[in-house]
Design a protein around this ligand. Sequence first.
Ligand code: BDR
Ligand code: CA
Length: 313
Amino acid sequence: MAPRNIIIDTDPGQDDAVAILLALASPEKVHVLGITAVAGNVPLDLTQKNARIICELAQKTDVPVFAGAKRPLERTLVTAEHVHGKTGLDGPTLPAPEMPLQDQHAVDFIIETLRTEPAGTVTLCPLGPLTNIAAAFNKAPDIIERVQEVVLMGGAYFEVGNITPTAEFNIYVDPEAAEIVLKSGANITMMPLDVTHKALVTKERNDRFRALGTPVGIAVAEMTDFFERFDREKYGSDGAPLHDPTVIAYLINPKLFTGRYVNVEVETKSDLTLGMTVADWWRVSDRDPNAMFIGDLDADGFFDLLTERLGRL
Ligand code: BDR
Ligand code: CA
């Protein structure tokens, strides 16, 4: 089967970085048409730079990187340096990028690509707040029906929240954008915390990254060393959850994942539960299903795939 054309919309972020590496290492499965940066884990000037740092680490400098929204649609930006460090990519020491940032705005790149490529052949992979995607849908509603699939990392149901007691970071940062995407009618698959908290980099799994002995393997191990301290302290978990790479792994091998096609709505009004994703997992409402909500994965299979792919770079 021909590789799927994808646009990675991202706010790197160590786990975003691993997702980008996984995609760039899998050209027979996914063809990365471009990487669009958004403000999220850290401000936009850092996320667009980090995206280029990672392309250079992978030696894939021909992938165009675009800068998008500096802030959420209606709110002040909330960042997560407490998780990802000051640069967003704390851990390894990586050189400043030399490859250029594209002049075109990320939102315009998304619109143009969806209008130019045949309908139903471009998949959007949002790994951060949904600001760029919602802005593109708002500006050019004609592109929505041309999207093959939106496979996104965001939300939570059984795991509830990580940035507030009830909200996952990507949705919390821009709940209005998330609502636009979830109500758009596009074909959506979600990787919520319910699944990503099962993709934990244990010491043994991180040792396997390091043992690759390559600049990529060592950088990923060092990113994970940094990133995991937050989750160990907060959740007492066995290592860092690799949230965002689940999106790319799903495109490479969906059989690693299971979920339910259910209704998912976002809370945009309540101060108490802002950004909460209410998933009708038990199908107790009469609201129409709008997303494949993933709940579980074969964690060993996921890490085998990831390690093998990182070893290609
Ligand atoms: C999500 O928030 C960010 O911190 C991660 O990169 C991931 O996309 C997890 O809640
Ligand atoms: Ca992210």
